[in-house]
Unconditional design. Structure first.
Length: 365
């Protein structure tokens, strides 16, 4: 799709493709949770969550409560897991029929208080255990104390999160996490005297450890076209493209500088193009000074000098182009967000989730 301004295109046909591919790795009985946090990884939460609901996912997940409230505002009826609720959130969680992750005794205490306030004796929630990632979650040693507090309102699901499922050099670590999760499940089921439903696998878990899919799997980055491994690239298609245009082209002489603090000094007579996109739009300063590259007329052009807030400059000395021509930062064909982000030693997750809300979004099917 040709653009006339800085534009993110959201390709829903690619979203459908990715969902179908990931679901092909699990059984028909296993439920699917789609992660739509961070504005659906930099796209559009309303558009993407509505499409995923239409495609029949069983659950949606977001990081924070406001994100879940936004989904309800978009008309989403699918169950929504809040992965990282805070103490002030539980009234709103209950009012919006969202399902919290309970990951500590402190958070559990606020949840119990909110239920009493709302005169509820039961309410769906997911209990999170730390199996080695060491961010949030109960520990195995907490099971006896925890069981006493939750026995009257059992969790809907038990879950944890894998820390290196994409790295096959870390199989031992991942298997240890899986074994710890299974051990926690057995101990908790004994204490609660009932079987529990479970979810553990993330995108790379689905692709590399599908034997441990349990009752439900979760996918975030995979839905948006990235499998954390080159071997999955032919099956997963990027949902987002980011393109802009050339605002102005100017010639500079050897020794002249470009941008703030003379970030680039021309070693020869050069042709520089200015683009209407900057670090306020999600293209951080780490891409400047000839680290990042963009695509023009199927040729790569380096980002020169320091990335500014609202614009950046590229060297087009060897490229035949004109003002108004299209520039590709990443797309779903020739130049992926994974490739672009590697230029600055970062990852596609950070890049796409950082795309500013002020950039125009268009949707295609």
């Amino acid at each position: 799709m040709p653009v006339k301004e800085t534009t993110v295109e959201i390709k829903l046909k690619n979203l459908k493709n990715n969902l179908e591919y990931l679901k092909s790795k699990i059984t028909s009985k296993t439920k699917f949770m789609a992660v739509v946090k961070a504005f659906s990884y930099g796209s559009d939460s309303g558009v993407v969550s509505q499409e995923l609901e239409r495609l029949g996912v069983n659950y949606l997940a977001v990081a924070y409560t406001q994100e879940g409230m936004d989904l309800r505002r978009f008309g989403i009826k699918t169950p929504v897991l809040i992965l990282h609720p805070q103490e002030k959130d539980f009234d709103k969680i209950i009012e919006n029929q969202l399902e919290p992750s309970i990951y500590s005794f402190r958070v559990l205490s606020f949840f119990i208080k909110a239920l009493k306030k709302k005169n509820k004796t039961s309410y769906p929630y997911h209990i999170k255990f730390n199996t080695g990632l060491n961010r949030i979650g109960f520990l195995k040693k907490d099971i006896h104390k925890l069981s006493k507090l939750i026995k009257s309102n059992l969790p809907k699901y038990l879950f944890s999160h894998l820390g290196a499922s994409e790295d096959l050099n870390e199989k031992k670590y991942t298997k240890k996490q899986i074994e710890e999760f299974i051990s926690i499940d057995k101990a908790l089921e004994i204490e609660l005297e009932t079987p529990l439903k479970k979810h553990l696998l993330n995108t790379s878990g689905i692709l590399n450890y599908s034997d441990y899919q349990f009752d439900m799997v979760r996918s975030g980055i995979g839905l948006y076209g990235f499998g954390n491994d080159i071997k999955f690239e032919k099956n997963l298609k990027p949902v987002l493209t980011l393109k802009t245009i050339i605002s102005q082209i100017h010639e500079i002489k050897k020794g002249e500088s470009v941008g703030y603090n003379k970030g680039f000094v021309a070693k020869t007579n050069s042709v520089i193009a200015t683009l209407p996109i900057g670090h306020a739009d999600g293209i951080g300063r780490q891409y400047g000074n000839e680290k990042g590259e963009v695509l023009i007329e199927n040729k790569m052009a380096k980002i020169v000098g320091n990335v500014c807030m609202d614009m950046l400059m590229i060297d087009v000395t060897s490229i035949k182009c004109e003002e108004g021509d299209e520039v590709v930062f990443f797309d779903d064909k020739s130049y992926s967000a994974e490739e672009f982000s590697k230029k600055a030693n970062t990852i596609s997750y950070e890049l796409i989730s950082s795309i500013s809300r002020r950039i125009k979004r268009v949707v295609s099917r």
